[in-house]
Write a protein that binds this ligand. Structure first.
Ligand SMILES: *Cc1c(COP(=O)(O)O)cnc(C)c1O
Length: 236
C-alpha cells in the first residue's frame, strides 16, 4: 500500500481510538489533511483513498492543487493578509484563521454570491504569545458580535494552535480553554450553530479530541515531513 494511504488509515485509527476512549461518536470529529509543501499528486492520492477535506497555508501554492481537485473541500488555514482575501473567498470553503473585523468584512464582501457562505473559524491566541496570530480571548466576543450580520459568512466556531508541548495534560489544558471559550460565546451571543472547534495536529490530536475537537488538522502524520525547500519558495 502507498505510504500516504497507510498513514491516512493510521490517523483515522488514532481518531477512532480517541473517540472511543472519550465516548464520542467517530463521525463527530472530521479530518483535514494538511497538504502544505506537498505536490498535487500527494493530494490526489489521499483524495482517491477517500479523504475529502484538505488544508493549505499558502495561497500561491494552493492554487494549482485547488484547480486540480475542485471536488475536494478546501480549508485555508494560514495567516490571512487582507490583500489576499478575494482569492480565499473565491477558492476555499472554510477559513480557519480569521482574527480581525477588516478581514472578515472583506471575505464576506468578496465571497461570490453563487457560492454558499464561507465557513469561518475565529483564531484565538490561546497562550497570548506575542509571535502568534489570533485574537485575544478578551477581544473575541466583540469581534464575533460585529461579524454576525455579515451575509456571506457562516460563523462556525473557534480555532487555535497552542504552544507546542509533549505533555498531554498541558495540551489538554490549552484545548479546554478554547472549548470553554466557544461555549461561553455561543451562550452569550445566542449563536446556536457556533459549535465547531478546529484544534489538534499530528502531535496532539488525542488531547484535542478529549477536549471536544470537531475538526483536526493533520499534516506530517499523513504526508510525512514537510518539504522545506518547497516551503521557502512559496511563502509570500
Ligand atoms: C501545518 C499546520 C498543521 C499541520 O501540522 P502537523 O503537525 O504537520 O500535523 C495544522 N494546522 C496549521 C494551522 C498548520 O499550519
Amino acid at each position: 500500500m502507498n505510504s500516504i494511504v497507510e498513514n491516512l488509515s493510521h490517523v483515522q485509527l488514532r481518531i477512532r481510538t480517541a473517540c472511543k476512549q472519550h465516548q464520542r461518536d467517530f463521525s463527530s470529529v472530521r479530518l483535514i489533511a494538511v497538504s502544505k509543501t506537498k505536490p498535487a499528486t500527494d493530494v490526489a492520492t489521499a483524495f482517491n483513498a477517500g479523504q475529502v477535506d484538505f488544508g493549505e497555508n499558502y495561497l500561491q501554492e494552493a492554487a494549482l492543487k485547488v484547480e486540480t481537485l475542485p471536488a475536494a473541500q478546501w480549508h485555508f488555514i494560514g495567516a490571512i493578509q487582507s490583500n489576499k482575501t478575494r482569492e480565499i473567498a473565491e477558492r476555499f470553503s472554510y477559513v480557519h484563521g480569521v482574527s480581525t473585523l477588516k478581514v472578515a468584512k472583506r471575505l464576506s464582501d468578496q465571497r461570490p454570491r453563487s457560492l454558499p457562505p464561507l465557513g469561518v473559524f475565529f483564531q484565538v491566541n490561546i497562550d497570548d504569545e506575542a509571535t502568534k496570530s489570533g485574537t485575544s480571548a478578551e477581544q473575541l466576543v466583540g469581534l464575533i458580535k460585529a461579524c454576525i450580520n455579515l451575509p456571506q459568512l457562516s460563523l462556525l466556531g473557534l480555532m487555535a494552535i497552542p504552544r507546542a508541548s509533549n505533555d498531554s495534560l498541558t495540551q489538554r489544558r490549552q484545548f479546554r480553554k478554547l472549548a470553554l471559550l466557544r461555549q461561553s460565546i455561543a451562550t452569550q451571543l445566542g449563536l446556536i450553530d457556533f459549535k465547531e472547534l478546529s484544534m489538534g495536529m499530528s502531535n496532539d490530536l488525542e488531547a484535542a479530541i478529549a477536549e471536544g475537537a470537531t475538526w483536526v488538522r493533520i499534516g506530517t502524520a499523513i504526508f510525512g515531513p514537510r518539504n522545506t525547500n518547497t516551503l521557502s519558495t512559496t511563502i509570500t
